[in-house]
Design a protein around this ligand. Structure first.
Ligand SMILES: [Zn+2]
Length: 474
């Protein structure tokens, strides 16, 4: 154990030196470069720069360095799937090298806003149940990288941030993103992540919202001869119709169905926006408009003459045609639900309660179970979202389970007297250390099990309880 501590200290010292050296402001090079150069080269992310420094210092040849690199790589392949909006709070314990990743699907017309931060109020409880550990590092820093997953499944990095900075990414087509969060080498700390999902456009009628919609995309028109290629927003005659994005008014005209209409080029997202049935047009072709500028007034011209005043709003993707405007303007459900699971024991050992519980790839009961865990399976809750825990099994596999299905390992489930000499292992990983060798007739408290091993507790030579793994003796 002492040897292990020495290595930890040495690596920690080197890592600290590395942090000092690599804290250079990387984008400056690119700021001074010309626009054309900026387009050719995507700047290295802080994690890339850090990794390069790590390799230069030959830390990648150490066990800890290799584990850090592996964790980052694994996160790209082994990510869990979450829905939007999403909030999770969790820990990076010192004793396991971790990177978290989140796979999230963003529908067309939405903006993903991701923010990873260190909680302001640090928890007064220890990060895990172990005794004698130091307080969380106040210099705790995380690397946040956002990848887009293309059809071939290969992640392509599209953005990055450091503690607390938001990353936002817009999509006019459905896109799968992967967000990876990893602290610097051998750092521990707490983090909070929020993933929000905002509409790309503003609502096109002043003071109105989703509740004022009276017809949706795809509704039948003209006795089913055609389908509704937009949304209708009811509003009193004369209510301002406002630009849903910055852009240029391209046409101010009249047509049979739409009556008095306005077409606007949305220069932010390469869309054409269509406003119809206006009572009055208050703009001219070629006019530059800002989001929220009044373009005209709500009316019932065109084929709306027999209905009440409303705005027909259409969104056309340039070269791809009409698309459902609703996700582009819908502001509902953009605030993530609060975390209700108990977070005081995150990072410590817990065990499953019911006889078999589902271990899922997503924090939803409808998500298929990746595994079924037998009773008393030992695992580590690392983070919490709503009433779910994101947990790591002793072999490193991550998944979600309901928080009410696990309990702290504090109380033993049985006692065991050894019938043969057994090594006590620090972890169930290939490069683990042997904490001690226990001999025949020694008694241990069994706290739980995993994959043919038991997590046991036994006093060390100084009478302090130590926890480790041994074969289950069946
Ligand atoms: Zn309509």
């Amino acid at each position: 154990m002492l040897k292990l501590l020495k290595i930890f200290c040495l690596v920690g010292l080197l890592a600290f030196a590395l942090i000092r050296c690599t804290n250079v402001s990387f984008p400056k090079v690119f700021q001074s470069a010309s626009d054309s150069v900026e387009k050719l080269f995507v700047p290295a992310s802080p994690r890339d720069t850090y990794e390069k420094g790590l390799r230069r210092a030959k830390l990648d040849k150490t066990t800890a360095g290799q584990a850090w690199l592996d964790a980052g790589e694994r996160a790209l392949n082994d990510s869990l799937v979450v829905g939007l909006p999403f909030r999770e709070t969790g820990v990076f314990p010192l004793e396991i090298p971790l990177a978290y990743s989140y796979r999230v699907n963003v529908p067309a017309g939405r903006r993903l806003v991701a923010r990873v931060s260190v909680p302001k109020r640090t928890d007064t409880r220890p990060l895990d149940a172990r005794r004698g550990e130091t307080k969380p590092d106040t210099t705790f820093r995380m690397f946040v990288d956002l990848f887009e997953l293309k059809d071939n499944g290969k992640p392509k990095r599209v953005s990055f941030a450091q503690n607390g900075e938001a990353i936002s990414r817009e999509s006019t087509e459905e896109t799968t993103f992967l967000l990876r969060v990893q602290p610097q080498l051998q750092q521990r700390g707490q983090f909070m992540i929020t993933l929000e999902n905002q509409p790309l456009l503003s609502f096109p009628v002043a003071g109105k919202k989703y509740e004022n919609l009276i017809s949706f995309w795809g509704a039948a028109r003209d006795g089913g001869q055609r389908l509704h290629e937009g949304i209708d927003v009811a509003a009193p005659r004369g209510t301002p119709v406002v630009a849903a994005a910055d852009g240029i008014v391209s046409q101010v005209t009249t047509n049979r169905l739409g009556g008095l209409v306005i077409y606007q080029q949305d220069t932010e997202h390469d869309l054409t926006l269509y406003y119809a049935h206006l009572d009055r047009q208050l703009t001219t072709p070629g006019q530059r408009v800002k989001r929220g500028d009044t373009l005209g007034l709500v009316g019932n011209t065109g084929n709306a003459v027999t209905t009440g005043p409303h705005l027909h709003f259409g969104v056309y993707q340039n070269f791809r045609g009409a698309t459902d405007p609703l996700p582009y303007v819908d502001t509902r459900g953009s605030v993530p639900a609060p975390v209700t699971a108990n977070t005081t024991r995150l990072g410590g050992w817990m065990r499953t309660l019911p006889s078999w519980i589902a271990f899922r790839k997503s924090p939803r009961t409808s998500a298929s179970a990746a595994l079924s865990l037998p009773k008393n399976t030992v695992l580590r809750p690392l983070a919490a979202t709503q009433n779910w825990y994101r947990v790591a099994l002793p072999d490193g596999t991550q998944g979600y389970l309901q928080a009410a299905q696990v309990q702290h390992v504090g109380q033993r489930i049985s006692k065991r007297t050894l019938t043969s000499t057994q090594p006590l292992l620090a972890a169930l990983t290939p490069q683990t250390d042997t904490l001690d060798v226990l001999t025949v007739n020694e008694r241990v408290n069994v706290l739980g099990q995993f994959g043919g091993y038991q997590l046991v507790e036994t006093p060390d030579r100084n009478g302090r309880l130590m926890t480790g793994w041994m074969r289950d003796g069946k």
